[in-house]
Design a protein around this ligand. Structure first.
Ligand code: F6R
Length: 364
């Protein structure tokens, strides 16, 4: 039931503070992870994991790209990420000690399932991070962690994505324990995760401001999304949301790639959406934004507390609260979901059931 919401997508965006609670429920206690949440066989599997291969499609793939940043920085083991439709059709090298992680809202995506079936005999073990209990992916994997986001009806994935990110952060901690992550660091991560429900509530309060911003996109043909570091995959996800529900052509780039090609596209008709939290990549990102402004591109920036980024002619800024760096990818997703939602509503598209798309892609 949509209740007071006009669309399932909006309802599901607004459910995210509560979903953050259900994905953490029973998985953390005090200042530490409850590893048993992954199942009895998990500990032995994590003990022997030397690297991670993530396979997924679409939005779930974007969650995997975020996890690569987390696993390589916090655990210090290699993490590869690939879309399932490529992974399954090429001879892949899987070094000893590879943990295969599949990510899927539905657990029935044909390519992801085929990738799992193709390599499960050649890897150390398989972990499914999934939203549907009893789905094929869950049944056919060695261990599973459910994302507990509840049924997702809107074709555009929202709460499933943010809950996958939390599940991946928990997985990062489990692996980190085997690779010298300090108990203090684990405690900090858990404390940060506990802030999520409240933080996401604060972000939902930005909705009216975001709705206002959306008017600038309704007549546009194209949009560019920029981010750096673990926010680059969030730019990818923002662009995917905009294209699938508003039918506006959108592309995402890691901002450092601008001058290697996409800068040629930038003029006054090209809105450039940027996720710009106040982290150690901000100075680099600001230089990239200068490059856009110098070519007349109009900037729409989701910024942190750095006051040197502020609204002025050609730059519209929506300011997000201060937050732990690790939460940035989760938190900055919400305003991008709301932006694409409002643009789609303005354009009058079928938000919950975009043309040509199916909720669960069970055929290739
Ligand atoms: C985008 C979207 C799709 C799915 C993709 C994988 O909003 O929903 O890109 O993420 O089809 O689906 P699952 O996660 O069910 O494997």
């Amino acid at each position: 039931e949509k209740g007071a919401f006009k669309h399932y997508m909006l309802k599901e965006i607004y459910e995210q503070p509560a979903v953050m609670r259900s994905v953490l429920d029973g998985r953390i206690s005090g200042d530490h992870l409850l590893e048993q949440a992954f199942g009895n066989e998990a500990a032995a599997l994590f003990d022997r994991t030397r690297q991670v291969q993530i396979v997924a499609c679409g939005t779930s793939y974007h969650a995997g790209v975020v996890a690569k940043y987390w696993i390589e920085s916090l655990v210090g083991i290699p993490c590869m990420v690939e879309v399932a439709s490529e992974f399954r059709y090429r001879p892949v090298v899987l070094p000893q000690g590879t943990l295969l992680i599949t990510l899927s809202q539905s657990g029935e995506t044909a390519d992801t399932l085929a990738a799992l079936r193709d390599v499960r005999e050649r890897v150390l073990g398989t972990l499914a991070i999934c939203n549907v209990p009893g789905s094929s992916l869950v049944r056919e994997s060695d261990i599973a962690l459910m994302t507990n986001a509840g049924p997702e009806i809107g074709v555009a994935s929202t709460k499933a994505f943010t809950s996958q990110l939390v599940a991946l952060m928990l997985t990062t901690l489990a692996l980190g324990r085997r690779h010298g992550i300090l108990p203090g660091t684990e405690a900090q991560v858990i404390a940060a995760l506990r802030q999520l429900p409240e933080l996401l509530k604060q972000l939902l309060a930005l909705d009216p401001e975001i709705e206002q911003m959306s008017a600038a996109f309704a007549e546009k043909q194209h949009a560019l999304f920029l981010g750096r570091g673990a926010l680059f995959p969030i730019a990818l996800e923002g662009a995917l949301k905009l294209k699938e529900i508003s039918y506006i052509h959108a592309e995402a780039y890691p901002a450092g790639e601008l001058k290697h090609g996409p800068l040629a596209l930038v003029d006054k008709d090209m809105p450039v959406v940027t996720v710009a939290p106040s982290n150690d990549m901000l100075d680099k990102l600001k230089a990239n934004l200068q490059e856009v402004r110098a070519r007349g591109g109009e900037l729409f920036v989701f910024a942190g507390q750095d006051q040197s980024i502020r609204s002025e002619p050609g730059i519209s800024v929506i300011r997000l609260p201060a937050m732990p760096v690790l939460l940035e990818p989760i938190a900055y997703t919400l305003p991008l979901q709301l932006l694409s939602y409002h643009v789609a509503v303005l354009k009058g598209t079928d938000v919950d059931q975009p043309r040509n798309l199916a909720k669960s892609v069970t055929v290739e």
